[in-house]
Design a protein around this ligand. Structure first.
Ligand code: MN
Length: 423
């Protein structure tokens, strides 16, 4: 290990606010003591403090990673860069995008920045033995920076005070969160809480929905190398652990958005219209090993729609990823058809907070020009009056109006989704 005179001399730099700052090498002592680098492939951090784009520049850009770690107990490791190391917390349930979910985060030893790219298996019997997946990564920034502070200063101040508000700019996690310390001793315990903002999602558990590596797309089983499965980026359809869990990951209690009955078409622009044949709105969860249909009250109606479920399953297999769509279920029991109008989850992407036009574009890409038997893409158009006249002519129940910029709000009756009956 190279501690070297340089670090010793340099050590205990004063920060802008006068607090003593330990060198990366000092901060990593506990990390190193716990590990035998002859046995584990984890980085030793021996070269810290390193010079990097982010580590320099007075901590202007700070990295974060979240690793899913199947040690003796499955947990997620949250790591925030500060002063050339990764401040680390073990979060047993993982992060949540629901502001009502406060997630326990137990502070653990600082990790080297090199840990940010670690994905693999720590040998059993070694410290933290088990599979590690890179679940998310990106930048983060403190929400409140005082005059004269760098972002790193603000993070340091927040952590010392036991309350840090910060924003994730990750590939999966976005938006503002808080870390709040509840116990200082013997090991600091914190709560990780999502702030209420546009990135909050209460209807889907993101750790259940997102189960693959952000770096390699692999599942935990694939990283562990069980059964010698090899990840293939665009083939999908493997009978791996991911697909086995995908259907089960469909969140319980999530129901379709409920169109609000309206007498008139919305007067302003910014709407799109589609037929309403008089059927019920459902959510369809499709994965290559099975599909599930849920009605407006959240009841599982898969069994009486077995042929639709089969076709959804085949579709997910062909597309190579799972998805969740909203659709109108119309027709008789034996000849039910699904008119798909919205896409809520596309593979590992949660689209609920995206505007309708973005979700619809993704739906169009997903279904493309595929010829399907009982699954149809619901046509949508901007001419409301013409479609309403056609609805009357064709004997439809009416039309549905969707606001182009609205997010999808499961279970909600909102002004952005209207139902206009034919008269
Ligand atoms: Mn861990």
């Amino acid at each position: 290990m190279k501690t070297g005179k340089k670090n010793a001399k340099k050590g205990r730099r004063k920060t802008a606010r006068g607090a003593t700052k330990r060198t990366a090498s000092e901060q990593l002592a506990e990390y190193r003591r716990k590990r035998d680098f002859g046995k584990t492939a984890e980085p030793s951090g021996a070269d810290a403090p390193r010079k990097t784009k982010s580590g320099s520049a007075a901590g202007a850009v700070l990295q974060f990673v979240i690793q899913k770690h199947a040690a003796s107990h499955l947990h997620y490791d949250l790591r925030l860069e500060l002063d050339d190391v990764m401040k680390s917390w073990a979060v047993p349930k993982g992060p949540s995008l629901d502001p009502k979910q406060k997630r326990l985060a137990m502070q653990v030893e600082d990790h080297p920045v090199e840990y940010n790219t670690f994905e693999g298996t720590i040998p059993q019997g070694e410290y933290g033995g088990g599979t590690v997946m890179l679940w998310d990564r990106g930048m983060y920034a403190p929400d409140e920076i005082e005059p004269g502070e760098t972002p790193a200063d603000a993070v340091r101040r927040g952590l010392r005070a036991g309350k840090l508000a910060f924003t994730f700019y990750g590939e999966r996690l976005r938006g503002s969160f808080a870390l709040v310390r509840t116990h200082a001793q013997p090991r600091a315990k914190w709560l990780l809480i999502k702030h209420r903002d546009d990135e909050a999602i209460t209807s889907i558990d993101i750790t259940a929905a997102v189960r693959t590596s952000v770096a390699t797309g692999r599942t935990m089983e694939e990283i562990a190398g069980e059964g010698g499965r090899v990840w293939r980026s665009n083939r999908g359809g493997q009978k791996g652990g991911e697909e086995r869990t995908a259907v089960a990951a469909a969140p319980d209690g999530v129901t379709p958005m409920r169109p609000k009955p309206a007498r008139e078409l919305p007067a302003d622009d910014g709407w799109t219209f589609e037929p309403w044949y008089g059927g019920e709105r459902v959510l369809a969860y499709a994965a290559s090993d099975g599909a599930r249909l849920v009605d407006a009250r959240g009841r599982d109606i898969t069994r009486r729609n077995a042929r639709l479920a089969e076709e959804l399953t085949a579709l997910a297999e062909r597309i190579g990823r799972r998805f969740v769509v909203e659709a109108e279920l119309a027709g008789s029991a034996n000849a039910a058809e699904l008119f798909v109008s919205d896409l809520l989850v596309d593979g590992e992407q949660l689209l609920l907070n995206e505007p309708w036009r973005t979700r619809r574009a993704a739906l169009d890409r997903l279904l493309g020009r595929r010829r399907l038997q009982r699954i149809h893409r619901q046509p949508t158009r901007t001419g409301g009056p013409a479609l309403l006249r056609r609805a009357a002519r064709e004997g439809w129940a009416g039309i549905i109006a969707r606001h182009l910029d609205a997010p999808y709000l499961p279970g909600a009756r909102d002004d952005s989704l209207l139902r206009i009956a034919t008269r």
